[in-house]
Structures are given as structure tokens and as C-alpha cells.
Design a protein around this ligand. Sequence first.
Ligand SMILES: C[S@@+](CC[C@H](N)C(=O)[O-])C[C@H]1O[C@@H](n2cnc3c(N)ncnc32)[C@H](O)[C@@H]1O
Length: 238
Amino acid sequence: MTPEFFLLHSDLPREGPGDAESLRWACALAGVGRDARILDAGAGPGADVAGLLEAAPKGHVTAIEAHAPFAQGIAARHAGDPRVSAVQGDMAAPPGGPFDFVWSAGAVYFLGVEAALRAWAAALAPGGAVAFSEVVWLGADRPPDAAAFWKEYPAMTDTEGVTAAIGRAGYAVLGTRVLGDAAWEGYFQPMEARIAMLRASGASPALEEVLRAHETEIAVWRAHRDAFGYRLFVVRPE
Ligand SMILES: C[S@@+](CC[C@H](N)C(=O)[O-])C[C@H]1O[C@@H](n2cnc3c(N)ncnc32)[C@H](O)[C@@H]1O
């Protein structure tokens, strides 16, 4: 990732689609208890930490994130709250544990579904569960614009493909649902505002290229939201 990429991706509330309502749904389905020990894997700027604490007000959230400024931002925002630890590191080898719940919004594709679930099995407490969102094709339609955009993720599959990977990793699906438009707009609208702000303050050619690429990403989703989306899976080792 270039400095221009991170210039756009700083000060955004979240780094991928998601919302409080779907997080609550996943926590309820996973049976997250009030004192649950939770791992937020690939936490980004920490958009879901507050919602995880809402589900587990007497629990603990370890937010692990590869990009140091994101981890530092989470630590600063929750300084003084002993229920939150922010760690810069690799979610494939999370520190601490065991965890009653692993939450991973839009980050599993960095590892692959099967590898991520295998890595987290060892970190889960007995009876623990994992919830993750993953981009999938929603039907047979592959609009050329969308297919061109998602070439960057060659392993992208459909619901059946993800379900098969979950099974190979030794997990069973407790429930699944597609994230709604509000979850996407919660990511894209702040990004559009930041694009406008960066442009207004004079974007270099390299930054302008990054801004355009992200505008394309937003336009592709708005045009083809029926063809692909993020599906949330709540799973538990069998
Ligand atoms: C699409 S963003 C989603 C962030 C956050 N969950 C959200 O919904 O706003 C994925 C995040 O995973 C992080 N990431 C990628 N690979 C990682 C790894 N191996 N360990 C920890 N974090 C990772 C990236 O730096 C990025 O912040």
C-alpha cells in the first residue's frame, strides 16, 4: 500500500462495510456472554470495538491490526478502559486467548477463509465461535465491471464456496446473512467526504489516481450491488 492509499484511508470510521445491527445479530447468534473474551481480528480503525463491548460489557476485547497507526488509534481512543487491548500484529497468530468469540469484519480475505478459521481454532475457548464477513458473488451474474474490479481477489467465490471452506476448516455454520446497503454506505459515505476534502486541498497525481480508483470501487458497488456483497457467517468448530 502506498502513502497515498493510507492518506485516503486515515480518519475513516471504518475500513470496510459493516454496521451495528449486523454485529448485534452475530453476537446474539454466537451466544456472546456479558463477560466474553473477544478478538477483533483485522480491527482496522476499531469501528466495531464499541459494539463488541455493548455485547460483552463485562468482557474484554483484544483488537489486533497489522497497520500500526490503526492499532495506535484504537489504543488512544480506549485509553483508560481496561476492557480493551489494541495490538499491532498478525491476526493469524493472535496473542493471548483463549477467546470466546472471534470477530473479523472484512479482513479474512487477507488470509483466506480456510486458513483464518484453522488459525483461530487453536485460540478459541471450548464452545467459542467465530463471525466474519466475506465478499461473495450473490448469484450467477458477473457484470464485466464488477468482475474486472474483483480480479484483485482471485479467490473470491460464492456462498457455497465459502461454506465449503468453512467445512474444510472443521467448522459448522450457525447462521449467515448478507450485509445491507446501510453497512456499505457506512463505509463509502465517509470515504466520499474524505475524497472531496483531499481533492479540495489539492491532490497530487499519485493521490488523484488513488481517489479515482476508490470512486470506481464505489460506483461498481452502487451499480452492481445485486451481483456481489458481503456475507456475514457465524461459525463454530464441530
Ligand atoms: C477491510 S479492513 C477492515 C477493518 C475493520 N474490521 C473494519 O471493518 O473497519 C481489513 C483490515 O485487516 C488488516 N489486516 C490485513 N491482514 C492482517 C493480518 N494478517 N493481521 C492483522 N490485520 C490484518 C488490514 O490492515 C485492514 O485494516
